[in-house]
Design a protein around this ligand. Structure first.
Ligand SMILES: NC(=O)c1ccc[n+]([C@@H]2O[C@H](COP(=O)([O-])OP(=O)(O)OC[C@H]3O[C@@H](n4cnc5c(N)ncnc54)[C@H](OP(=O)(O)O)[C@@H]3O)[C@@H](O)[C@H]2O)c1
Length: 363
């Protein structure tokens, strides 16, 4: 039942941030499903409310399977705990607490106080995964960072002339589009912005609540006003982090295109400040798409939560650009190693995705 509720929750993908993905299933006393719902930010109504509306009187004595702790406070909607209590639900099964300090533990406490049996912990890991961006951004006040790179068999992301189009095949690139849809923002370094002239949009055509925010780290402000990013800035926001000494004429030229140029003393080098700024803009999840210097900087700072490498059966050889720049590890033992690894095939390419061990050092 919780699996089904998680499936329902996932239907809100791209449409809930800065809120969580939530699904709810109401199962009547006879074991039949009497209500289903999932959350979408713009629809306002919570998953529990939608499922309870469907269930009507059949919710009395039923079990509600909810993927996240129901909230007991008044936010954009009245408390879901009260709706469950009023409907006469006998039992609530939920995998995890809501890390939102306004909710955390209080929702379950309120339900128990009203005599409802509460069962917590079923499929806990799956539920936490589903909302990894929401949970991380609430706990750490900065976005969940997912590094994505496409590389050759010999671990290169571009030839020695900087050519990277296309290392991976169409299926991998379609998968990257779907990945972009799961994120609020995508980020590249100025090297990639100038050499690839990328568009960095979500072209899945699937519904999403806010357009993907496109971010460039660009101390010397090299982004050209006639780049694809600048030319489309009026349609889809582009945010450039640069230094206080950036050329005023270049700033004006980019701003005239609709690009937002953020000058800061720490420029683009201080990645924690960059992430904090994105958090202020309600970015829950950030997809970092390279290049090598930016990937290295995020990894060295221990700021990568998840990484996906798309490996194509091609050998670039010679002085081609390695996937991750910088000094790198001294020993294999010290190297960044992924855990909870999953692999997938995309035609001839292989995707390896996992979580970074070094991350979340903070309590
Ligand atoms: N296959 C793939 O998945 C993939 C993905 C992306 C790129 N690429 C390829 O990679 C190459 C570009 O890689 P790259 O390493 O030269 O460029 P990059 O990582 O895209 O950009 C590096 C530049 O970003 C600026 N920057 C600003 N803040 C930074 C920070 N905190 N950390 C690091 N850099 C920061 C620096 O220039 P300023 O000093 O001017 O700010 C730096 O030189 C291209 O050939 C591209 O085709 C391949």
């Amino acid at each position: 039942m919780i699996s089904r509720a998680l499936e329902l929750a996932a239907r809100g993908a791209g449409q809930v941030s800065p809120g969580p993905l939530v699904g709810c299933l109401i199962v009547g006393r006879g074991g039949e499903t009497v209500g289903e719902g999932f959350y979408i930010y713009e629809r306002v109504k919570h998953a529990e409310t939608l499922a309870l509306e469907q269930a009507g009187a059949r919710a009395r004595g039923a079990t509600a399977y909810v993927t996240l702790e129901p909230h007991a406070h008044t936010g954009r909607t009245p408390p879901c705990t009260e709706a469950l209590i009023r409907a006469g639900v006998a039992r609530v099964v939920a995998p995890i607490e809501d890390p939102n300090p306004l909710v955390s533990g209080r929702g379950f406490a309120r339900l128990r106080e009203a005599g409802i049996a509460v069962m917590v912990g079923v499929l806990e890991q799956e539920a936490a995964r589903l909302n990894e961006k929401y949970i991380h951004s609430l706990r750490h006040n900065r976005p969940f960072v997912h590094l994505k790179l496409a590389c050759s068999l010999d671990g290169r992301i571009a030839t020695r002339t900087g050519d990277a189009r296309w290392i991976t095949g169409e299926e991998s690139r379609a998968r990257v589009q779907r990945l972009r849809r799961e994120y609020d923002a995508v980020l590249v370094g100025s090297g990639t912005a100038t050499s690839d002239d990328p568009l960095l949009t979500d072209r899945t055509k699937l519904p999403r609540r806010r357009l993907l925010l496109r971010v460039v780290l660009d101390e010397r402000l090299r982004l050209a006003p006639d780049s694809q990013l600048a030319r489309t800035a009026h349609e889809s926001h582009v945010l450039v982090f640069t230094s206080e000494t950036a050329d005023a004429r270049q700033v004006a030229a980019l701003e005239a295109c609709g690009v937002e140029v953020l000058k800061a003393a720490s420029g683009a080098r201080d990645l924690v400040s960059v992430l904090e700024e994105l958090h202020r803009r309600e970015v829950q999840g950030l997809l970092v798409e390279g290049g090598a210097s930016v990937a290295g900087a995020f990894l060295r700072a221990g700021l990568v939560n998840k990484a996906s490498f798309f490996i194509a059966p091609v050998i670039l050889g010679g002085d081609a650009i390695g996937a991750v720049a910088g000094a790198g590890a001294l020993t294999v033992k010290e190297a960044a190693r992924l855990r909870d690894v999953e692999t997938a095939r995309h035609a001839e390419d292989v995707e390896i995705t996992g979580y970074l061990k070094a991350v979340n050092r903070e309590p």
